[in-house]
Design a protein around this ligand. Structure first.
Ligand code: URA
Ligand code: SF4
Length: 187
């Protein structure tokens, strides 16, 4: 078994935080293991928990549309979440749950080694970059960390709740596309 398959199996069996208690399936991630672009959300919702695949519900459909708008192919990227098991009623993950799960994300970053990361929403921004950043203020700004380019944008579920955020979200997708072009990546 290779490193990635091993990781997926560990996540499927993981009981390192309370979120394992109510999950149907853990959701490790999906997409291309050699991807130059990684997207990181918050945690699985109901559809994801049912199917074991991230971003397949309503927010996932909007995410696909956002990527389509700037001609980024979902097949060429890798998508995952801060926590791999669905929080009850889709509540925000707690600090101890994120802390328990982050070593898996760390391993995903080592194996997949993306050059560019798009953080979807406040939770991903908090745990990947810093709790001192704010999504409304700091979205759309590029950060260079460990040789990777990282930017946060609104979570698609936030766009569903408040469509007035869509123009800013589109600006961020254009900025993502430009970064991919500038770096000459195959996405
Ligand atoms: N919201 C997320 O943050 N992740 C998913 O996989 C689905 C919805
Ligand atoms: Fe394990 Fe992460 Fe699921 Fe918690 S959320 S049980 S740490 S896989």
């Amino acid at each position: 078994m290779d490193r990635y398959e091993e990781l997926v199996k560990e996540i499927a069996l993981c009981k390192n935080c309370v979120l394992h208690e109510e999950r149907n399936m853990a959701v490790a991630g999906s997409g291309s293991i050699g991807a130059d672009l990684m997207l990181i959300g918050e945690g699985p919702g109901a559809e994801e928990d049912k199917n074991g695949v991230p971003f397949v519900g309503a927010a996932g459909r909007l995410l696909t549309d956002m990527l389509d708008a700037v001609d980024i192919d979902r097949d060429k990227l890798y998508v995952t979440n801060i926590v791999k098991c669905r929080p009850p009623k889709n509540r925000t993950p707690k600090d101890e749950e994120a802390a328990a799960c982050l070593p898996y994300l760390q391993r995903q970053l080592e194996i997949i080694d993306p050059k560019v990361i798009l953080l979807l929403g406040a939770t991903a921004l908090r745990y990947v970059l810093s709790p001192n950043l704010r999504i409304t203020r700091d979205r759309g700004t590029w950060h260079q960390v460990d040789g990777r380019w990282i930017m946060a944008t609104f979570h698609p579920a936030a766009l569903l709740r408040d469509p007035r955020k869509k123009p800013d979200s589109f600006d961020d997708m254009v900025s993502l596309k430009l970064k991919i072009r500038e770096l000459g990546l195959d996405v």
